[in-house]
Design a protein around this ligand. Structure first.
Ligand code: ZN
Length: 318
């Protein structure tokens, strides 16, 4: 179940922000030509499949197989889209992303493009291109028809979390920094405008520019308040530290489950680009309780304080 203190990224149309509207109007790049091109592309390609996912909230005694059958897709497709189900379990109350057809989510690696990925999965490149809304250089694509398989070597985080194995948890001493080493901030807390859509949104955390697979660490000891799919947040973990809370979003995989106790520096997941994200990073939030519920504060002072004390502990990857 999602906690009541979850507050999603607040999207506010520019029209409602009168002091800022002049800025947005002057920088609006749209011309009639752009509009018709965009429209044409949309008619040919439709929405990218990854923008066309529906959700399913797991009910009592539902199995992954039953849910998959209900949507006429394979269980493997559910697992491809919902890494937390890769232990084969559907947890009651969990929200699953449902694709309109079988397939998997694939992240382009360096040098990869539609042609190489299409070849890898033995499908047509033009089909792959169209299914992904004819985006020129997407980072993450939906590969229709491909069947997800577990990685042969890396361990399955969800299995460890839910089977209750007392696997020796990886603990890294970084003094409360949510990653094993300091990385650049790619987006700060506060209002920001999407240059293309000119839509203002409030960015309730800080984006840390870490690459795919970087361990995500608990900033403080506490209890896992939420671990699962958080809509725009993608794979999300929320930790309750008592007087504060922290949130870790867009994860590639989650290594903990709701109600679990974690200690500071414990690896709780890995960096990814799930949810509303344009590339791998850790979206990190610091929250405090107020009369209105939990409120996200600017994490910068917190992170700066750690960085100033703990610099010597950060080990850069080789
Ligand atoms: Zn963010």
């Amino acid at each position: 179940m999602k906690p009541s203190w979850k507050i999603f990224l607040l999207i506010v149309a520019i029209a409602s922000l009168s002091p800022l509207s002049a800025l947005a109007t002057s920088s609006k790049p749209t011309t009639p030509t752009d509009e018709s091109n965009v429209k044409e592309a949309e008619e040919l390609c439709g929405k990218p499949t990854l923008d066309d996912l529906t959700q399913h909230k797991v009910k009592q005694s539902e199995t992954l197989e039953a849910i998959a059958k209900q949507y006429n897709i394979k269980t493997a497709t559910l697992m491809a889209l919902n890494p937390e189900t890769r232990d084969g379990q559907a947890k009651v109350g969990q929200t699953l992303a449902i694709a309109p057809m079988d397939g998997l989510v694939y992240r382009f690696k360096n040098e990869e493009n539609y042609t190489t990925v299409a070849k890898k999965y033995n499908i047509r490149a033009d089909v792959l291109f169209e299914r992904n809304g004819c985006q020129r250089s997407p980072k993450v694509v939906f590969v229709p028809g491909a069947i997800w398989k577990p990685d042969p070597v890396p361990f399955n985080p969800a299995a460890i979390a839910s089977n209750g194995f007392t696997n020796p948890a990886v603990i890294m001493q970084t003094g409360g920094y949510p990653l094993p080493y300091a990385v650049p901030v790619t987006s700060n807390y506060g209002w920001r405008m999407n240059p293309v859509t000119t839509i203002w949104s409030f960015h309730s955390g800080i984006d840390l520019g870490a690459s795919f697979g970087t361990p995500v660490l608990a900033a403080k000891s506490g209890i896992v308040e939420f671990a699962g799919w958080g809509d725009g947040y993608g794979n999300l973990i929320e930790l309750d530290h008592g007087s504060t809370g922290t949130r870790y979003a867009h994860l590639e995989a989650i290594y903990v489950s709701q109600g679990q106790r974690v200690v500071q520096g414990q690896q709780i997941g890995i960096v990814g680009s799930t949810g509303r994200s344009t590339g791998p990073h850790l979206h990190f939030e610091v929250m405090v309780p107020t009369q209105e519920g939990w409120v996200a504060l600017d994490p910068a002072p917190y992170l700066n304080r750690i960085a100033s004390i703990m610099t010597n502990l950060f080990v850069q990857p080789t």
